[in-house]
Write a protein that binds this ligand. Structure first.
Ligand SMILES: [Zn+2]
Length: 568
């Protein structure tokens, strides 16, 4: 490739600029470019002039070459306008392909930095740009981003609406999503009915509005687009049902008793050496215990923390299964629960709850000495340096830090008990086997009720059967729950009316009020069963928005956030 065509390739505005010199310095590469056009139009009268008044130089930053900053020295001209009717005496030569009037960076550099700002936020973009040879400050990035013009969007016929927290619990705003493309359409500055209504009035043509069950958006939609069909969100309906079931379960003493017994039996069958399982018996004796609260996490024992994490994952697993069986798509579940699609897919593929395999540990120089260390620890020696010296005497060649780290971890796991003087054969405390029983929390049982009965394990089915025997009300709850989720899954719109009547006649207070709530929003819930739309893509967009907000360090205002959400 010849030098001439190479510069054509690399330079901005090759048609009107001629490269006269390349030089390098510590600051980067400098290019001297001379304007070459013979005549230039006057900006006031548009008549071309060839009469050069003066020559001058502009210095403009441009895109880097292989990470090296590039500065353009533009040798341009001031022209005289000789048109008799023109008020302008002279004008400077514009270079519209290269740089804006009086700007200090080329158009293409400004655009690159602006795009970086849209995608990464001011701080991050400034760092990336500087590293790549386009040094710039965060403030300048934000200034460039603010110049972004939001592209005109076609008003969709299918619109998704939801609210999101701009400031937690204090300031809510609205996101509108095009449900055909699943792309964000607009961010509204609040979450009021009137703002949504006026947007809808300004953008006629929306035929279907998928929304959550909040009354505000129902009202705004009615005001702004009275002819549009409103669709309640099936996912929110599922959550409403789950919340109602949990409330009912909390009040069912007999059911909690069965849960306690089932848990105790499970525990016992897993630990045949019954001497250590007195805790199981305690739980049978005290019915309020079997559905323990997560607040017990304050216990510093790592085992307990692990068990709680496992219980959370288990609850999540049950929820994924229940939602899937209620007809939610994998992508939707992932977006709503803020877990990855891969996790959802793994849960659905597995034949049972996938236990977490412990992280493989790298072989440590400390390994041959841990028995000794544990014994010394149990004997009350907690000084890391002292322990390290003792190990050195035994031939240990590892670092002091490795022993200090071991001691720090030990401090957390089993704080030293100065009174203990264990014998050498007694196992260290952290060597206890992991207990594989998950407590029967109401939330877990609630998700069982929402799953297809034939997909439950025989064990779970047996527990539910016992609960049904123990409580006729539970039997009713179970039946209504299965009917509801099946209705959602199969979109049996004809079942809605009978279900509402059965729920209202059920004497289960929370289900009755769920039914009353649905009754108030009947048309939209009915549409949710009739039509395939959901606000799942809106949730996905809210998650993306939250990520963008976080990457802006919370300093960027709503206008910047809006630009980044809509244009990046
Ligand atoms: Zn003129």
């Amino acid at each position: 490739m010849s030098v001439v065509s190479l510069t054509t390739l690399l330079l901005p505005g090759p048609s009107c600029l001629h490269l006269t010199r390349i030089s390098t310095s510590d600051a980067g590469i400098s290019l001297d470019l001379t304007a070459t056009r013979g005549a230039v139009a006057c900006p006031s009268c548009s008549v071309e002039s060839e009469h050069v008044h003066t020559l001058y130089q502009r210095t403009v930053a441009d895109l880097p070459w292989a990470g090296v900053p590039v500065t353009l020295h533009l040798h341009v001209r001031r022209f005289v306008c000789r048109h008799p009717a023109c008020p302008r005496a002279t004008f400077s030569e514009p270079l519209p392909e290269v740089v804006a009037p009086s700007a200090r960076r080329s158009l293409r550099l400004a655009n690159e930095q602006r795009q970086l700002g849209l995608q990464s936020g001011g701080e991050m973009a400034a760092r990336i740009a500087t590293r790549q040879g386009m040094p710039v400050s965060p403030a300048t990035i934000l200034r460039l981003v603010r110049r972004t013009r939001v592209a005109e969007r076609v008003t969709p016929t299918l619109l998704g609406v939801d609210e999101w927290a701009y400031r937690k619990r204090l300031d809510f705003k609205t996101i509108l999503v095009d449900l055909r493309t699943n792309r964000p359409l607009e961010l509204l500055p609040d979450a009021s009915a009137t703002t949504l209504a006026s947007w809808l009035q300004d953008h006629p043509g929306v035929e279907v509005i998928a929304r959550d069950r909040a009354g505000t958006f129902a009202e705004g939609s009615r005001q702004g687009a009275p002819n549009a069909v409103q669709v309640a969100d099936r996912f929110h309906l599922m959550q409403n049902l789950r919340a109602a079931i949990e409330e009912v379960l909390k009040q069912m003493v007999e059911v909690r008793q069965v849960a306690a017994e089932a848990l105790a039996e499970q525990t016992k069958s897993l630990q045949p050496s019954a001497a250590t399982t007195t805790s199981g018996n305690d739980e049978v004796a005290n019915p309020p215990l079997p559905l323990p609260d997560l607040q017990r996490a304050r216990d510093p024992d790592r085992k307990r923390v692990q068990e709680q994490r496992r219980a959370l994952r288990l609850a999540r697993y049950e929820q994924v299964l229940a939602l899937h069986q209620a007809g939610a798509l994998q992508q939707e579940i992932a977006e709503r629960m803020q877990i990855t699609r891969a996790t959802v897919s793994r849960y659905l593929k597995s034949t049972g709850f996938p236990e977490r395999t412990p992280y493989p540990r790298l072989e440590s120089k400390l390994d041959p000495y841990t028995t000794y260390l544990s014994e010394r620890w149990a004997a009350g020696e907690t000084n890391g340096r002292q322990l390290w010296q003792e190990l050195q005497n035994q031939g240990f060649r590892g670092s002091l830090m490795s022993v200090m780290r071991w001691a720090a971890r030990q401090q957390l796991l089993s704080p030293p008990d100065p009174s203990s003087r264990r014998g050498r054969n007694q196992p260290a405390r952290q060597a206890q086997p992991e207990q594989a029983v998950a407590p029967l929390r109401t939330r877990r049982v609630a998700w069982w009720l929402m799953r297809r009965p034939d997909t439950l394990t025989p064990g779970h089915q047996a527990v539910l059967a016992r609960m049904e025997q123990a409580s006729p009300a539970f039997e009713k709850l179970y039946r209504l729950s299965v009917q509801f989720t099946e209705m959602l899954r199969k979109r049996q719109v004809e079942q809605l009316r009978p279900w509402l009547e059965a729920a209202q006649a059920s004497d289960l207070k929370e289900l009755t009020s769920l039914a009353e709530g649905i009754e108030r929003d009947y048309d939209a819930v009915e549409a949710a069963l009739r039509l395939p739309y959901s606000t799942g893509p809106v949730e996905g967009n809210i998650n993306r928005l939250k990520l963008i907000k976080r990457s802006g360090y919370g300093r960027a205002g709503f206008d910047l956030l809006r630009l980044r959400v809509l244009e990046s």
